[in-house]
Design a protein around this ligand. Structure first.
Ligand code: M6R
Length: 616
């Protein structure tokens, strides 16, 4: 949450920062701001609303500085106001600062600073940081201005409880930025005669692909010509410069109306990238390079624990179903936010997995740390390379689906479904799954991208249905077994981007309560597989129909639905059980997307949300 951009170089900083903020806007869009430094003068512009509004309002403003910082905000402490927008400038006008995270002890620091004569313009926790840095800067012995600046930041951060990614400018140091992180992501881009700072790589890949992923507790001091990294304890750190593989086109809309649409249609390629090189030569099982755990040790695991939030949690539920079904190993799935406080009794030979597209979700990170504290290995499935979770995990698997910019997860979700299915295969083949069954399973997974391609051809039909159903205020999404999590995902997609109330339920549970909602005004979306559950799901549909509820059925091609039972029928390809949740997800994504478009919603930036939730 919140996006940070910084620039030092020879170009006009404000233009580059505003461009970076546009790319980071999915991290928070309550307000945006930029500050640049010219001599010792800060030029500041900040306002509520989108980056586009800020760009408009700064177009006439002279911001010639070549050093600057910018921010897009997702409000935590303090309402959505211009005064609460970042950057914040210390009351002595010496320090300008942007911050992502939460300063938990801000109240006591503020009290102290008030006694020292510092004043406050905002209701934010952030403003105390700028004033505390200014306070330490005044007290710091006058060695060089630069080291005085770094030391004042270091001293400040030693007093701070909470999380932060910060970038700071000092009026006495015109071509310097000091930045630091703890619990909030921060990346240094090393360009050609310039440096950039950003919360994630999408803000900087148009200028450089060379990045340093800063670690928690590290402070970077950047000047026009060089940078150095040290810890809060003043130890020097040797930087490792990594090369980013994402391309600038990956983070651009192209011909699509929204990133969500682009990412839905990218799913066949995303699935291919997620599975590339991950099947054994004999084609009977999966293989993963980065698990860092031997097959012998893997064989000893008697229980898997999956931890995640949001859509990633739904993907865990599908993995649970497939692992228990094909590998016969018990699986527990927990919301990461609950696990971290639940103190669950755990078996001795358990193995943990976290799933997180961003790798920065604070609850997932904290749950992972809790599992590690208890002595368990934690493997991570992440999309963002170098993310906090990826770095702290004992091993893991990258999703390789490219940047996911739309706030609603789509291609990252189906890639997580695929990797969960591959894990079920991997573990299954270590146990009772035969070679031939393994070969069939691999064959099915390899066919998933084409089945998704075929399912995407249903887009015009779903657009038509969306037009007819966009005016409803409540929806139920119903499915069984591995399609129950898809029902949950469908409901989540619809509510987050269209603001329509929707609930996901196991189809048979519906009659234990939610059926009370059924009327002509509350349509139900049923996920209907052929095979053993077909008749059971049809019975649930009959119960809805008997109460005049409208039914949208997403059914596999072989389903012989009774005539007139469903008001709308969307036929998806028949497929292997491991692939079915992936294919069935596509129509619920498209339905939600087109309903949101029909309602004229801000699809990629739905209200109150942000792409990666880095506060508790
Ligand atoms: O980055 P993560 O996968 O950890 O994010 C988890 C959730 O915040 C995320 O899936 C969220 O629920 C999405 N908005 C769903 O579309």
């Amino acid at each position: 949450m919140c996006g940070i951009v910084g620039y030092i170089g020879k170009q006009k900083a404000s233009a580059i920062i505003l461009e970076g903020l546009k790319r980071l806007e999915y991290r928070g869009y309550d307000s945006a701001g930029v500050a640049t430094l010219t001599g010792s003068r800060f030029d500041l512009a900040k306002k509520i609303g989108r980056v586009a509004g800020l760009i408009k309002s700064t177009s006439a403003q002279k911001m010639p500085g070549t050093t600057g910082i910018g921010h897009t905000r997702w409000a935590t402490h303090g309402g959505v106001t211009d005064a609460n927008a970042h950057p914040h400038i210390s009351s002595d006008q010496k320090i300008a600062l942007i911050h992502n995270g939460v300063i938990e002890n801000y109240a006591s620091i503020k009290k102290f600073l008030l006694t020292k004569g510092y004043t406050f313009q905002s209701e934010t926790d952030t403003e105390v940081l700028g004033n505390l840095i200014a306070y330490h800067y005044q007290k710091e012995p006058a060695t060089s201005e630069g080291s005085r600046f770094v030391e004042s930041v270091r001293k400040t951060l030693r007093h701070v409880e909470g999380t932060y990614g910060i970038a700071v400018m000092c009026g006495d140091c015109p071509a310097e930025i000091v930045a630091a992180r703890k619990g909030s992501p921060l990346i240094l881009g090393v360009g050609d005669g310039e440096y950039m700072l950003a919360s994630d790589v999408s803000a900087i890949i148009s200028r450089t692909q060379n990045v340093v992923y800063l670690k928690d507790g590290e402070i970077v001091h950047i000047t026009a010509k060089s940078f150095s990294i040290s810890t809060l304890d003043s130890e020097d750190v040797s930087p490792v410069i990594d090369k980013v593989t994402w391309r600038i086109e990956d983070a651009e809309l192209g011909t699509h109306a929204h990133f969500m649409e682009k990412e839905i249609f990218e799913q066949p390629a995303a699935l291919e990238n997620s599975m590339r090189g991950r099947f054994s030569e004999d084609g009977s099982t999966a293989q993963f390079g980065g698990l860092n755990i031997s097959a012998v040790d893997f064989r000893q695991i008697d229980r898997f624990h999956f931890l995640a939030c949001g859509s990633a949690w739904h993907a865990c539920l599908v993995a649970e179903h497939l692992i228990e079904r094909f590998a016969r190993v018990p699986v527990e799935v927990d919301y990461a936010s609950e696990f971290r406080y639940r103190n669950t009794p755990l078996s001795k030979n358990a193995l943990f997995f976290t799933l997180s597209q961003s790798g920065e979700t604070i609850d997932t990170l904290a749950a992972m740390r809790e599992a590690k504290r208890k002595g368990y290995k934690v493997l991570a499935v992440n999309n963002v390379v170098g993310s906090s979770i990826a770095r702290e995990a004992d091993g893991g698997v990258y999703q390789h689906v490219g940047p996911e910019i739309g706030v609603a997860s789509t291609k990252a979700f189906t890639s997580q479904l695929l990797l969960g299915a591959m894990l079920a295969l991997y573990v299954g083949r270590m146990r009772d799954m035969s070679f031939n069954d393994g070969v069939d399973y691999v064959h099915a997974l390899k066919g998933a991208p084409d089945l998704v391609r075929k399912t995407l051809e249903l887009a015009p039909q779903l657009k038509g249905i969306a037009k007819r159903y966009a005016h409803y205020h409540d929806f139920l999404f119903l499915g069984r077994l591995s399609l129950f999590p898809v029902a949950l995902e469908g409901a989540l997609k619809l509510k987050e981007i269209s603001y329509i109330h929707a609930e996901g339920y196991p189809a048979a549970e519906m009659k234990h309560g939610p059926i009370a909602l059924i009327s002509e005004q509350c349509p139900s979306v049923f996920l209907v597989p052929s095979g053993e559950m077909f008749n059971k799901v049809v019975s649930s549909m009959q119960e809805i129909k008997a109460r005049k509820g409208k039914i949208i059925a997403i059914a596999t091609e072989k389903c012989d639905l009774p005539a007139g039972l469903a008001d709308e029928v969307i036929l998806i390809p028949e497929c292997h059980e491991a692939v079915l949740p992936i294919v069935a997800t596509v129509p619920v994504q498209l339905l939600s997307y087109y309903i949101a478009v029909e309602l004229n919603r801000d699809v990629d930036k739905p209200r109150n949300l942000a792409k990666s939730v880095t506060v508790e």
